[in-house]
Design a binder for this molecule. Sequence first.
Ligand code: FAD
Length: 474
Amino acid sequence: MIVWFRNDLRLADHAALAAAVEADAKIFPVYILEETVAGRRELGGASKWWLDKSLKSLRSAISQRGGKLICRKGDAEKILRDVVSETGADAVFWGRRYTQPEMDRDADIKKALQDDGIEAKSFNTCLLTEPWSYQTKSGGYYKVFTPYWRAVRSSFEAPDPMQAPETFAGVGIDGDEIESWELHPSKPDWSKGFDEMWTPGEEGAQVRLQDFLDGPIREYEEMRNRPDEDGTSGLSPHLHHGEISPATVWRAVMGRINRGLKEEESAWSFLSEIVWREFSYVLIYHHPKMGRENYDSKFNGMEWRSSKKDLELWQKGQTGYPIVDAGMRQLWTTGWMHNRVRMIVASLLTKHLLLNWTEGEDWFWDTLVDADPASNAAGWQWTAGSGADASPYFRVFNPITQGQKFDQTGAYVRKWCPELKKLPNKHLHAPWEAGSDVLKKAGVELGKTYPRPIIEHKQGRQRALEAWETLKGK
Ligand code: FAD
């Protein structure tokens, strides 16, 4: 039997693997770098970096169990047929995906294999519940998060954990070396700093979860908005690549709650974020073009600006707003950005700079190690105001007060914008308001060592509101 790994690069709690174990068959593990999924977006540079490491970790775990991860590049249908004939396998199992191009491709592959008399079966390996599982009273899908969350919270029970197979087959079957795929960003390769922060793979994911359960979960509710503190789990790239199942996370957290965790509401608040990820999949499943098109079609008439220069200043962390620049530099250096800061930088791009959210989404797609078709589009559309359950357009984040409120200690800005590190907290988030003496003492020369704001806050806000008024009037 072949188990085809995709966005579920783990051995534990993997429904397709568990079904293969149940069938008591030899398991040939396969990974395909697909080149022929019509309409699917190419992987971003940071995602490639992660995939490379994650595949190597999976390869090693499989080889410790006597098998070989068969890696091939090309058309999945052809490759699966080849591996079937080379191994004599009579079945192919895999985990389901939920974007339209991938679902279309998987349906074709399933049919082609079944037509050839090969058993082809898919399973839920990536989500707690699949996008069609919950319906509103009127029979539609949930478009607003809070009632969706309530429905999941009150009814979801994680199934028992599924054991990893003890042995694998595959030795002797041809495959590519992962190294030959050269999965990393190119021109330039900016991933050098990622190693310091991340350990891709199943073990790395387990360590992250344990570290989070042993500490930050207790204060999550309070600290999850604080980029200057280590208050969140950092599990997003592990969840995105399927190195840990969301059910494993759910069970572990519920275990703490059931054992009487004092900070129970904090733990529930964390689980609600896990369900935000699920909700993003509900939205993209029911609105497949959400990755490129406004969920709310009213936004199709929005008169976005076009400015390559402003976009580049934003991408490089040179907007003159310290919290924004810190976030964009954190992203470039580590492949990740804190959620609160993602909202602030996305708001600056779509409101103050009035640039289309797709331009920011593209940048995130290329630079995030957790770049996810559902969560990224949902996050951008939420911030821009064009999403299903979006923050209202007139809510324009103030990058100064957001910085003061959420980077209270200033540690975040000081880490990522070291040229400002000597500024006192009072002026750290608005250096242009500091007097010349203060700036001089801190070694800051505006326009030279650090930029002036790309646009004045009040002016940017006003322009965004006017654009919104024009749109409403259309
Ligand atoms: P924690 O706070 O520890 O949360 C636990 C898990 O819940 C996360 O690992 C993640 O899987 C999920 N989660 C948390 N918040 C959200 C959310 N708002 N939406 C969906 N899932 C969530 N998340 C991605 O995984 N991939 C993306 O491409 C992505 N793009 C985003 C773009 C924008 C503009 C915004 C505002 C948010 C985006 N997010 C994305 C959501 C969120 O920022 C990250 O999931 C979170 O910062 C990951 O850090 P963490 O693992 O420490 O989160």
